[in-house]
Design a protein around this ligand. Structure first.
Ligand code: K2U
Ligand code: ZN
Length: 169
């Protein structure tokens, strides 16, 4: 396994639409293993393949709380089959938009279908932090960042702040 570089705004790769995977094979599992190691090291609770520069529709996640047993999750070609009309706000952040946090409103519950680590098709209901995180990561697969849900002013201020951080580093 290897820790990979996480791309940050304004890298244009982050705006690319990722392609479906043809099969979950050992090569894809090696990518998912690297993504999980990279996510834990960040640290974060989710990561999309595009964030490490790979335009494939693949997500890893672990929403276990600190001190709880790790619960790594793997999602290939995830789809949202249903989303509740009810929405819920959440203070989101993003490893590709470092040190920027703001409230985003998303459907409170979603039904998803995806291929798991073994390539089996799974359908699952998500709510709470799982629903927030999977929708945040699935946005990444379509080249959408959480700041794209904010006002133009807030989005531009966020990108300006990240650029300033990068210069100061
Ligand atoms: O996509 C990413 O950059 C991973 C995010 C996932 C995430 C964003 C917003 C809400 C939930 C999950 C990172 O994990 S951001 C760091 C973080 C950590 C714990 C809770 C919220 C955000
Ligand atoms: Zn993100």
């Amino acid at each position: 396994m290897a820790i990979r570089e996480i791309l940050v705004v304004p890298n244009p790769v982050l705006k690319e639409v990722s392609a479906p995977v043809e099969r979950v094979d050992d090569e894809l599992r090696a990518l998912m293993d690297d993504m999980l190691e990279t996510m834990y090291a960040a640290p974060g609770i989710g990561l999309a393949a595009i964030q490490v520069g790979v335009p494939k529709r693949v997500i890893v996640m672990d929403i276990a709380r600190d001190g709880e047993e790790k619960q790594p999750r793997f999602f290939a070609n995830p789809e949202i089959l249903w989303a509740s009309e009810e929405t819920a706000p959440y203070e989101e952040g993003c490893l590709s938009v470092p040190e920027i946090y703001d409230e985003v409103e998303r459907p409170a519950r979603v039904k998803i279908r995806y291929l798991d680590y073994r390539g089996e098709t799974v359908e699952e209901d998500a709510e709470g932090l799982f629903a927030v995180c999977i929708q945040h990561e699935m946005d990444h697969l379509d080249g959408v960042l959480f700041i794209d849900h904010l006002s133009r002013l807030k989005r531009e201020q966020a990108i300006k702040k990240v650029k300033k951080q990068a210069k100061a580093a």
